[in-house]
Design a protein around this ligand. Structure first.
Ligand SMILES: Nc1ncnc2c1ncn2[C@@H]1O[C@H](COP(=O)(O)OP(=O)(O)OP(=O)(O)O)[C@@H](O)[C@H]1O
Ligand SMILES: Nc1ccn([C@@H]2O[C@H](COP(=O)(O)O)[C@@H](O)[C@H]2O)c(=O)n1
Ligand SMILES: [Mg+2]
Length: 224
């Protein structure tokens, strides 16, 4: 089945179509290693700053729960700590976004690799306003995941280590790509939940365009 993503036309509301005005949808991506606190902080950001929080991992887990063939394919990949093909991920993300009437999306756990970035850019022709990067030491992330107790099949030492490897090899280059575009807003996520949120609040409070000086994350350029 061919997958399509939100087209520019689909981003018009009924009212907007009448007055030929485009609905401006603002997107913020939230990335960080497994257990860096993406879900925890996104809940707070959504509450305080009026964003719609979409966790891509959660969207994929819902597909698993639906019992579909795609769901069983996703389940196998997740158990291995690997990444789901981008056409599947982006289609499910699109469906979730289309089902919600919001102009501010906080997309948690996306993008995870170069393929995710490319699929999103190609299909939506949209870019995030900025990318929040939760930077956390690996030993702290591992400790958090091993005491999370939410019954996730991928929260075991073996899979956690694989997820760290995928983060280093596949996700860090996407951070470098957005850094080269001046879009990374990095926070130290190794502190307490309250302290991390204090740093995040500064970023989300910087005027309507969220224009804050980019963080000084050293990186190489990712050629897409
Ligand atoms: N700053 C923090 N200090 C201590 N514990 C935290 C902190 N942030 C989150 N936690 C806890 O760590 C665990 C992982 O947090 P969370 O689920 O938010 O991470 P995540 O980045 O979404 O992980 P994943 O990528 O696996 O979905 C949770 O049990 C959460 O309560
Ligand atoms: N863009 C993404 C996001 C997630 N996955 C898969 O889901 C797993 C869990 O994601 P969390 O954000 O909840 O940690 C992740 O390990 C991947 O298997 C993905 O493939 N692509
Ligand atoms: Mg999460």
């Amino acid at each position: 089945m061919p997958y399509s993503l939100l087209s520019a036309d689909e981003l018009f509301t009924e009212d907007d179509r009448g007055s030929a005005k485009q609905k401006k949808v603002k997107i913020v991506f939230v990335i960080g290693g497994p257990g860096s606190g993406k879900g925890t902080q996104c809940k707070r950001i959504a509450q305080q700053f009026g964003y719609t929080h979409l966790s891509v991992g959660e969207i994929l887990r819902q597909e698993i729960s639906s019992g579909s063939e795609t769901g069983s394919m996703i389940q196998k990949i997740m158990k291995e700590g690997k990444l789901v093909p981008s056409d599947v991920t982006v289609r499910l993300l699109q469906q979730a976004m289309q089902g919600i009437n919001s102009d501010k999306f906080l997309i948690d756990g996306f993008p995870r690799n170069e393929e995710n970035v490319k699929a999103f850019e190609d299909l939506t022709k949209m870019e995030p306003e900025f990318v929040l990067y939760l930077d956390c030491p690996q030993d702290e992330m591992e400790k958090r995941l091993l005491s999370r107790n939410e019954g996730r099949e991928d929260d075991n030492v073996e899979t956690i280590r694989k997820r760290f490897k995928v983060f280093m090899e596949s996700t860090l280059p996407t951070i470098e790509y957005y850094e080269s575009k001046g879009k990374i807003r990095k926070v130290d996520a190794g502190k307490s939940v309250d302290e991390v949120f204090e740093s995040i609040k500064v970023i989300f409070s910087q005027g309507k365009d969220n224009k804050v000086p980019p963080s000084r994350h050293k990186c190489k350029c990712l050629i897409l």
